[in-house]
Design a binder for this molecule. Structure first.
Ligand code: ADP
Ligand code: NA
Length: 328
C-alpha cells in the first residue's frame, strides 16, 4: 500500500507537441523504475468545451499510443484511461458536495475561459473538482505542478482538508512541489507564449506526428530577430526570445544546456539546420514506434484495459471510505 510516487494525466485535447514531449513525456519516461508511476489519459477533461465526439475518440487513441511510443513502459508503469475508472466521477461528485461555487468561480482558468460566456459548460466550472478526485484517489504524497495548475492543486488540498475535518480522515493531503526544471518550449512563430496543443493548429507548433518536411519547414520559419552580430546566436531569453527558444529545443534534443548548444553555431541558418536535425533525431524513432503500435491496436487496448483494471482495484477503497464517511 505504498503511496503513488508519480501521477500524471494528459488530456486528449489537440495533438501532442514537442513541448509536451520535452516538458512532460520525457520526464515521465525517465522516472519509471524508481517507484510507482501511474499515467493516465484524462479523456473526461476533454469534455469541458465544445468537442467533436469522433475527434475525441481518435485523439484519445492517438494519445494512448503516443505515451507508449514515447517510452512509457507498461511493465514498469500503470497506464489507464480516466473514463474507464468510474471512481473518478464517483469521488468528484462527493467532492462537489464539499466545494463551494464561490471558490470554483474564482479559479483563474474559469474566469478567463468561461465565466462570462452564456454557453459555458458546467463541467468547465467543476473540472478542478474532478482533478482533485484524480489526485486524491491515487493518494500521491507529492504533486509536482507548474504555475498554470498550481491554483487547482491548492483547491485539491483545501477540499481534502475540509472533507477530512468534516467527515473524518479519508484523504492523504498531498504536498505541492516544484517540478524538476524541464525544457520550456515556446511557440516558434510567437515565442511570447508556450507551444501548446490546446491552441488552434498553428504554424509555430511542432506536433509529434508531423512528417520530417513539415518539421523542417516550421523550424525554418521560426521567428528570430534582425541581429547580425558575431554573437547573434546566444541564449538570452529576455532580449532574444526566438533564438533562445531554438537553443532550448536544440539543447533539450541533444542533451546539452541551451547556452552550450550555441557554441559553434554562427548564423541563424545554421541554428535552424542544427535544430531541425536534432528534433528529427528525437521524433523519427518515436514515430517509427508509433507506426508499429498503431498497427497493433489490440495490444494498445490490452495495455490500457489492464492498467484501468488495476486502477479500479486500487482506487475503490478510497471511494468506499469517502462514501462511508459522508453517510452513503
Ligand atoms: P498543452 O498546453 O499543450 O495543452 P497541457 O497544459 O495539457 O499542455 O500540459 C501537459 C503537460 O505538458 C504538462 O506537464 C505541461 O507542463 C507540459 N507542457 C505543455 N506545453 C509545454 C511546453 N511548451 N513546454 C514544456 N512543457 C510543456
Ligand atoms: Na493547456
Amino acid at each position: 500500500d505504498l503511496p503513488t510516487r508519480r501521477l500524471s494525466l494528459l488530456t486528449p485535447s489537440g495533438h501532442l507537441t514537442l513541448g509536451n514531449l520535452l516538458g512532460a513525456l520525457r520526464g515521465m519516461a525517465a522516472d519509471q523504475g524508481s517507484g510507482r508511476c501511474v499515467y493516465g489519459v484524462s479523456d473526461l477533461h476533454a469534455l469541458t468545451t465544445t468537442h467533436d465526439p469522433r475527434e475525441l475518440a481518435a485523439g484519445t487513441r492517438e494519445l494512448q499510443t503516443l505515451l507508449l511510443a514515447a517510452g512509457i513502459d507498461p511493465d514498469r508503469s500503470t497506464l489507464f484511461r480516466q473514463s474507464d475508472v468510474p471512481a473518478h466521477t464517483g469521488l468528484a461528485y462527493l467532492l462537489e458536495c464539499t466545494a463551494y461555487v464561490g471558490e470554483l468561480s474564482r479559479m483563474i482558468q474559469y474566469k478567463e475561459k468561461g465565466r462570462d460566456r452564456p454557453q459555458t459548460r458546467t463541467s468547465l466550472l467543476t473540472y478542478p473538482v474532478l482533478m482533485a478526485a484524480d489526485i486524491l484517489l491515487h493518494r500521491p504524497t507529492h504533486v509536482p505542478v507548474g504555475d498554470d495548475q498550481r491554483q487547482h492543486v491548492e483547491l485539491t488540498r483545501d477540499l481534502a482538508v475540509r472533507f477530512n475535518r468534516t467527515y473524518g480522515e479519508v484523504f492523504t493531503v498531498p504536498e505541492i512541489t516544484t517540478p524538476a526544471a524541464g525544457a520550456r518550449v515556446r511557440d516558434l512563430s510567437d515565442p511570447g507564449r508556450k507551444m501548446s496543443k490546446s491552441d488552434p493548429v498553428g504554424a509555430g507548433v511542432v506536433y509529434l506526428l508531423d512528417p520530417p518536411d513539415v518539421v523542417a519547414r516550421k523550424v525554418a520559419r521560426a521567428v528570430t530577430d534582425s541581429d547580425t552580430g558575431p554573437d547573434a546566436v546566444r541564449h538570452d531569453p529576455a532580449a532574444k526570445p526566438g533564438v533562445s527558444n531554438l537553443l532550448e529545443i536544440l539543447g533539450a534534443c541533444t542533451g546539452t544546456a541551451p547556452a552550450e548548444a550555441a557554441a559553434g553555431v554562427a548564423t541563424y541558418g545554421q541554428l535552424k539546420k542544427a535544430t531541425t536535425e536534432a528534433v528529427l533525431s528525437v521524433l523519427e524513432p518515436l514515430q517509427a514506434r508509433y507506426v508499429d503500435l498503431a498497427a497493433d491496436p489490440g495490444y494498445v487496448d490490452e495495455v490500457y484495459a489492464a492498467g484501468s483494471e488495476r486502477c479500479r482495484t486500487e482506487t475503490a477503497p478510497v471511494l468506499a471510505a469517502a462514501r462511508e464517511a459522508i453517510g452513503l
